[in-house]
Design a protein around this ligand. Structure first.
Ligand code: ZN
Length: 347
């Protein structure tokens, strides 16, 4: 009887725990419900900000998955994908909890500023795990680490080509050397469904210096991934759909949604990414399209001065895939012309 009483007590405690609401920032969702709110980032040396958050607290218990976009506020397709997911997820159908953060970098979105948070001039995907007493980007990253990363079992960080980048969709698989974590994150990337997968082995291993959002989760032992789709300010349905489908595929893999997983049948593994920069400032003319296969030394584009004289020709340092190419004429000295993905040779 004693044992039975203890078991009953334990299961009552477990039931009580699983009946608890799930709170992120000011969003507090009861089980089986969705709530919206904000992660408040207090003012410091510069103004406060508040990051919108949605908690879909599924009807049944399960893992906690965070889906984040808008670290770069003009990578619109990824932001719209999370907006669509907010509408698509029904807490009654979900096992576990989804934390959705559609727009981290609000000032970038509001002011249409590429790459950085205009408040402090910092990229909002380079200062993780953040600092409580830093500038706004660092304080926001600190809040994201505490409120989102530390509360999750898995994280998906969505990006895309920025206003000046013509990008082909791809995802990143971060290999840590921890076998079980790598197995799960690899299967998540395959379940996400983008066929081009960059193998990322050069991320910092120190959780206190994780730099990137996904890496903040990864270095804390949480199998996670980054995916990118969209380019040059566009919101093409195929890019948005690919990211929405990807997140739903990962949720099926994690058994947060019913249904079979359809992993990528023939992944194109990209072992390294080579960044090609311009030796000269001026007017850029691309000669390749995103996703093109190029040979070593293929011309990627050229730069003229403001009088139309060619001052630089960019060539591919290796055979590979054009992951993205600069999509606007503005070119600075040292500016990125293209990223070339070197595809793994079949063993
Ligand atoms: Zn980005």
């Amino acid at each position: 009887m004693k044992l039975l009483a203890a078991v009953l007590l334990l299961s009552a405690a477990a039931a009580a725990a699983s009946a608890q609401p799930f709170t992120v920032g000011t969003a507090r969702a009861e089980r089986g419900h969705t709530a919206t709110g904000y992660i408040e980032v207090p003012a410091g040396s510069d103004p406060a900000t508040s990051i919108p958050v949605v908690v879909v607290h599924g009807a049944r218990p399960g893992p906690v998955l965070a889906v984040v976009s808008g670290a770069h506020g003009t990578e619109y397709a990824s932001i719209i994908a999370v907006e669509k997911l907010i509408g698509a997820l029904d807490a009654a159908q979900v096992s576990g909890t989804v934390i959705l953060v559609p727009l981290v970098n609000r000032a970038s979105f509001d002011q249409k500023v590429v790459h950085v948070n205009p408040v402090d001039g910092k990229s909002m995907n380079r200062f993780y795990p953040g600092k409580a007493d830093g500038t706004q980007t660092e304080r926001a990253s600190y809040a994201m680490t505490k409120e989102v990363v530390e509360r999750s079992d898995h994280l998906i960080d969505l990006h895309g080509g920025d206003l000046d980048e013509s990008l082909v969709p791809y995802s990143y698989w971060t290999k840590t050397g921890r076998e079980e974590q790598d197995r799960v994150s690899r299967e998540m990337v395959l379940a996400f469904g983008l066929d081009k997968i960059i193998l990322s082995t050069d991320r910092p291993a120190d959780p206190a210096a994780s730099r990137y959002l996904e890496n903040t989760a990864t270095t804390r032992g949480k199998p996670s991934l980054t995916a990118e789709a969209g380019y040059a300010g566009t919101v093409e349905p195929e890019d948005v759909d690919a990211l929405v489908r990807g997140c739903l595929g990962v949720m099926r893999y994690l058994k947060m949604l019913p249904g079979a997983v359809a992993p990528v049948a023939r992944p194109v593994w990209i072992d390294s990414v080579l960044t090609v920069t311009s030796d000269a400032a001026g007017v850029f003319y691309p000669q390749v399209k995103r996703g093109a296969t190029v040979a070593k030394d293929a011309v990627l584009g050229y730069v003229t001065d403001l009088f139309g004289q060619r001052v630089f020709q960019a060539r591919s340092p290796a055979a590979g895939i054009v992951l993205y190419v600069c999509s606007v004429p503005s070119m600075t000295q040292g500016g990125t012309v293209a990223n070339i993905g070197v595809v793994r040779v079949a063993e």
